[in-house]
Design a protein around this ligand. Structure first.
Ligand code: CO
Ligand code: CO
Length: 320
């Protein structure tokens, strides 16, 4: 894309960040982002909730709060009004929880239905959380488990049933609102949400843009129930391999890390958690805040001085 530079644009697209940030006054910047995708679940209400949570997430990843949103909707007329209503109700319910007003939107006909939001959020210009800026000595905290792409593939292949995925569905539909709020006042150096590039892909962007190397603790990764079993069965979507291919020359894998963990760490996530890089001495405060809010936080890695490879995948229990 041709570039138009503007001094008020605090975050553009050059570091593959979650959203752009544009300063409008000394103490106010707006965050702008859009996300939409086809259904990954049969229940239209659940789909609406997941799509909205996913779109709102980029605002939380930037350290902001979502305020206004527009529905982006593609419908196949065969779907019927009831299904469309349920999708929009799901989206509206999550937006209301977020304190974000849906003020309208746009609908077109399309064979494959799609739904999402264009979201505008607010943030103080001094409190913007970028996906770069991680420093050596930081720990990385992830706020949702991974493996959703693998489980959705297994579900489609009927190796598992929807009720096996209930925990994951609720997690995907959950807002990253509390995780965003938990960063308040802490020296967070970098933050992003884990979505289509998979954990390793997003951490690669973080490491490369921060000029650090990130050690990922393969044996400490929080996985959705059954994700490992399904990956072992070979139900790994092609996207996970594409994600890994793209970054593999920047990744060092310790010999004792199993292939399934590489696959899961590369698996594209739908509406994943935030991954937050902050000084080790503040990790406990963040974990405590997440726990108090009824959320989870998992230490999944550590940043160190830049080495030849940007990402190092290791088993920490043996390497300590
Ligand atoms: Co994002
Ligand atoms: Co996004």
């Amino acid at each position: 894309m041709p570039k138009l530079s503007d001094p008020a644009l605090i975050v553009g697209f050059d570091t593959a960040d979650d959203a752009c940030v544009y300063q409008i006054s000394e103490d106010m910047a707006i965050i702008q982002t859009a996300d939409f995708f086809p259904p990954m679940v049969d229940d239209p209400y659940l789909f609406g909730r997941i799509a909205a949570a996913n779109a709102l997430s980029d605002v939380y990843a930037m350290g902001g709060v979502p305020k206004l949103a527009l529905n982006l909707l593609c419908v196949n007329p065969c779907l019927g009004d009831e299904v469309v209503k349920e999708i929009l109700r799901g989206g509206a319910d999550q937006a209301i929880k977020a304190g974000c007003i849906i003020t309208g939107g746009h609908t077109i006909e399309d064979n494959v239905p799609k739904y999402g939001l264009s979201v505008t959020g607010f943030v103080h210009p001094g409190k913007v959380r970028k996906n770069v800026g991680a420093k050596p000595g930081d720990v990385l905290i992830l706020t949702k488990p991974i493996g959703s792409g693998i489980l959705l593939t297994a579900l489609k292949a009927e190796f598992i049933e929807p009720r096996d995925c209930e925990f994951m569905f609720e997690s995907m539909a959950a807002l990253n609102q509390e995780a965003g709020a938990a960063m308040e006042g802490l020296s967070v150096h970098a933050c992003t949400d884990i979505t289509g590039f998979g954990l390793l892909g997003h951490l690669y962007e973080m490491a490369a843009g921060s000029e650090v190397t990130i050690s990922v603790f393969a044996d400490k990764l929080p996985l959705y129930p059954l994700a490992e079993e399904m990956a072992r069965t070979g139900l790994v979507p092609a996207g996970a391999y594409r994600n890994f291919d793209y970054i593999k020359s920047f990744v060092k894998i310790m010999p004792d890390v199993e292939q399934v963990l590489i696959d899961i760490a590369s698996d594209a996530q739908t509406s994943g958690g935030l991954c937050i890089s902050l000084p080790e001495e503040e990790a406990d405060i963040l974990l405590k805040r997440l726990e108090d809010a009824g959320e989870k936080g998992y230490i999944i890695g550590k940043a160190k001085g830049e080495e030849d490879k940007k990402i190092e995948l290791m088993n920490i229990q043996k390497h300590k």
